[in-house]
Design a binder for this molecule. Structure first.
Ligand SMILES: [Zn+2]
Length: 217
């Protein structure tokens, strides 16, 4: 928001406006100008995200009232903006994969199981808790180590994630039942609950009958 002097006077004169409280509005105006010169682009960047970021919104509000922000606030604002930028870059760079079959399998399983899991080769996919920051996302571990997550249909692998993980996810997505059966036949355990397949027909089938139904396979 870059305001003109006329605009500022109009707002400052309105006692119900946010700036009506500022006693020395002229001082506030020059403080604002000075602050913007010293911190180029900072307020604009905060304004850009203040519709969904309450911390940014509160800083913008304080800035318009006081004409500046404290050094500590500037530090936190810069750190926060860097995080926002990093998350955006992460989203933009996330590979587009069609993982919809995995996502719908987990949605179905979630109707019966709080945190469903699915095993394939050395991968374990599990649904993130419903009340956390990653609600609805799927965590992927390789050999017990966290490797990344599927969120909003996209894959976010950590830097050290082993190669080939995307291919494995795509294999599961291409045919979840086939992947479950392959896992079951190879390990003798059910891909969904992890338990040993004991009944003859389950061993034959490669997946436990209850899990197959719960996971919609
Ligand atoms: Zn099972």
């Amino acid at each position: 928001m870059d305001i003109t002097t006329a605009e500022y006077i109009q707002r400052a004169r309105n006692p119900r406006g946010a700036w009506g409280k500022a006693r020395d509005w002229k001082k506030v105006y020059f403080d604002m100008k000075k602050f913007k010169e010293e911190n180029p682009g900072l307020i604009e960047a905060l304004e850009e995200i203040s519709s969904w970021n309450s911390f940014a919104a509160s800083l913008v509000q304080q800035f318009t009232q006081r004409g500046s922000l404290s050094e500590k606030q500037v530090g936190s604002a810069v750190a926060m903006l860097m995080k926002v930028a990093a998350r955006k870059a992460e989203r933009d760079n996330a590979p587009e994969l069609d993982l919809s079959n995995i996502i719908s399998m987990f949605s179905k399983a979630h109707e019966a199981i709080k945190t469903p899991k699915f095993r394939y080769e050395d991968l374990v996919i599990s649904r993130a808790p419903d009340n956390g920051a990653n609600a609805g996302a799927l965590y992927v571990k390789v050999d017990g180590e966290y490797a990344g997550k599927v969120k909003e249909g996209k894959w976010f692998g950590i830097r050290t994630a082993p190669e080939g993980i995307i291919n494995k996810l795509q294999e599961i997505a291409a045919n979840p039942l086939e992947s479950a059966v392959a896992y079951g036949r190879k390990t003798g355990n059910c891909a969904c609950c992890g338990r040993e397949l004991t009944r003859h027909d389950s061993i034959e089938r490669g997946i436990g009958p209850i899990c197959a139904e719960r996971f919609g396979l």
